[in-house]
Ligand binder design. Structure first.
Ligand SMILES: NC(=O)c1ccc[n+]([C@@H]2O[C@H](COP(=O)([O-])OP(=O)(O)OC[C@H]3O[C@@H](n4cnc5c(N)ncnc54)[C@H](O)[C@@H]3O)[C@@H](O)[C@H]2O)c1
Length: 335
């Protein structure tokens, strides 16, 4: 029988989903941390974690040998510092997306992960969203044929979030939230070779970056893609994604209980639309934690390791550069 894993969780806002993921997996919560004592107390009481396991300084956790996995959910600007310190201490680290906001920070995390005895995973959680897992399964099974166009959008109203670290110009919406749509296309279709983007700014006066961006992409083998990011949109959160293949089309979303699938008969004619039921779970922290725990316990590679997280941010950086220069940009995957 495998030993019970002990998790430590840093950042007690979205990071509470990591506590829930660890508990659903069956891990013990060995420590929680938040620099804000009130957020720390709230989470500690909510999950009945003994106060001696509460910390306001993550450095208290660095030398705690009882802890197997540390999850990190602090503002994006701090991912580098915490991830690097934890990796240097030999910890297994599951850090929130986006991996980091600059190439310098991406490289620092990659170098720290390469040098560490611990494993590293960036939480690109869309890869665990049931609708998108199903999409991947259909592509891999050949049900859609060859994908020739794939589009995904990240539309999420940040109106009440702009007074925080999310308003930082470095934390452009294309990286912060748009990385979900970019990572999804990279996972489903591959790495874009070139992107071209336009941006506009009509909804969030408090932020320094465009609040809507559309990017078209060229993949290898004559495959095309598109990502749309809106962080000021007036609608419910959605990551509507459409995959057009030579044998079928799939329309899916992380917030819808159904997906629409078109397939073709043996003559290539489109069949009536099929409605496929799917569980709605757009923050599947339990699966994410379970996959990382399996990698840690059984010494398996991590699919979304530091380099993979960096490649996704590289595409986001290329999109931003293109929207600012008006020129096509080839993402720099040289990490
Ligand atoms: N996967 C997703 O869909 C998803 C959703 C939301 C947020 N996120 C990511 O999760 C991370 C946190 O986002 P959030 O919405 O919880 O932000 P938030 O600002 O609401 O909360 C961040 C928390 O971290 C704490 N904190 C800040 N600095 C700290 C430090 N040095 N040590 C310990 N605690 C510290 C803050 O006190 C706060 O409680 C970000 O990287 C964000 O991009 C991911």
């Amino acid at each position: 029988m495998q030993k019970k894993l002990v998790a430590a969780n840093i950042g007690m806002k979205f990071g509470m989903s990591h506590i829930e993921g660890a508990l659903q997996y069956g891990a013990e919560i060995g420590a929680i941390c938040d620099s804000d004592a009130e957020n720390l107390r709230f989470a500690g009481e909510r999950y009945s974690i003994p106060p001696q396991r509460w910390h306001t300084d993550y450095r208290d956790i660095l030398n705690d040998d009882a802890i197997d996995i540390v999850t990190v959910a602090v503002p994006d600007q701090l991912h580098k510092q915490l991830s690097c310190d934890l990796l240097r201490a030999g910890k297994n680290v599951l850090c929130e997306k986006p991996l980091a906001l600059t190439r310098e920070d991406l490289m620092a995390i990659i170098n720290a992960a390469d040098a560490s005895a611990g494993k590293f995973m960036v939480g690109q959680i869309c890869r665990f969203t049931p609708a998108f897992e199903k999409a991947k399964e259909l592509i891999d099974a050949g049900t859609l044929g060859e994908i020739y166009f794939a589009e995904s959008e990240y539309a999420h109203d940040y109106m009440d979030l702009v007074d925080t670290w999310r308003a930082d110009p470095l934390r452009h919406g294309v990286i912060g939230g748009g990385c979900h749509a970019v990572d999804l296309l990279r996972w489903l279709v591959g790495d874009p070779q070139e992107v071209f983007a336009y941006g506009t700014h009509k909804l969030l006066p408090g932020v320094a970056y465009d609040d809507a961006t559309v990017a078209v992409m060229k993949f290898g083998d004559n495959v095309m893609g598109k990502v749309f990011v809106s962080t000021g949109c007036k609608r419910d959160y959605t990551m509507r994604t459409v995959l057009y293949g030579t044998k079928g089309t799939l329309i899916c979303d992380n917030t819808s209980p159904t997906m629409t699938l078109f397939t073709t008969d043996e003559t290539g004619h489109t069949q009536p639309a099929e409605t496929v039921a799917v569980e709605v779970n757009n923050h599947n922290a339990a699966r994410e934690f379970a996959v990382f725990a399996d990698a840690v316990l059984n010494d398996k590679p991590v699919a979304t390791d530091a380099r993979e997280g960096a490649r996704t941010v590289a595409v986001c950086l290329a999109i931003i550069e293109s929207s600012q220069t008006g020129k096509p940009v080839a993402p720099d995957y040289n990490f």
